[in-house]
Design a protein around this ligand. Structure first.
Ligand SMILES: [Zn+2]
Length: 205
């Protein structure tokens, strides 16, 4: 028979980066906290799936119908930064210099893990481009090998369109996810972005 404490430890140990030992430490820590504090945590966890959903335009997280960035009239809607996951939006926003909008792909291509193009929001990106408002795609998928493969794939798919396709400037550490890049480096990489060769019009810029 599993008691309540063990059930909580089981729940914690299913979370990423939390091993059995850390799960026990968290559970025992909560046992020592006031009941209101634990109830607040439980409520915060319990409501996220009800309140937070994906923005239908950029696929970042929002509580409103569309996210704050998509509804902000001061943002430059002709520039779209393509990122892997919603946390990347928060990372770039924290750096504070980007004025365009975003498109969250929902992952990067990874044949080994079965992540094929149809599993990512590439078609949705194509639909946004079809509206003709977007002049530049900034590929901001980080420095991993899978991210680079994905950027090349996107450049090939969307290269034939009348579109500037850029990526973050070199200088980002290879193999690094955006989460681990400091804000200054990220801001510089965004400002000094470089053209991606698409094979369509090499040398035409
Ligand atoms: Zn949005």
């Amino acid at each position: 028979m599993v008691n309540a404490l063990e059930r909580l430890v089981d729940c914690f140990s299913r979370l990423p980066t939390i091993g059995r030992k850390s799960a026990w430490r968290l559970a025992l820590h909560l046992m020592e906290r006031p009941e209101e504090e634990v109830a607040e945590l439980a409520l915060a966890i319990g409501t996220i799936k009800k309140l937070v959903h994906l923005c239908p335009e950029c696929f970042s997280y929002t509580e409103g119908e569309r996210c704050d960035i998509c509804v902000d009239g001061r943002r430059d809607r002709s520039v779209v930064c393509v990122v892997e996951k919603p946390t990347d939006v928060f990372t770039i926003e924290r750096a504070g210099r980007y004025r365009g909008v975003y498109h969250v792909l929902g992952g990067v291509l990874s044949p080994i893990d079965g992540v094929t193009p149809d599993r990512l929001r590439i078609e949705e990106l194509g639909q946004r481009l079809d509206k003709g408002e977007i002049r530049e795609l900034i590929l901001g998928l980080g420095g991993s090998a899978d991210a680079e493969t994905t950027e090349l794939y996107l450049a090939r798919v969307f290269g034939p369109r009348q579109l500037r396709i850029t990526r973050f400037a070199r200088g980002l550490p290879a193999g690094t996810e955006l989460d681990y890049i400091d804000q200054l480096t990220l801001t510089q990489a965004l400002q000094e972005r470089i053209e991606v060769r698409t094979g369509r019009d090499e040398g035409a810029h």
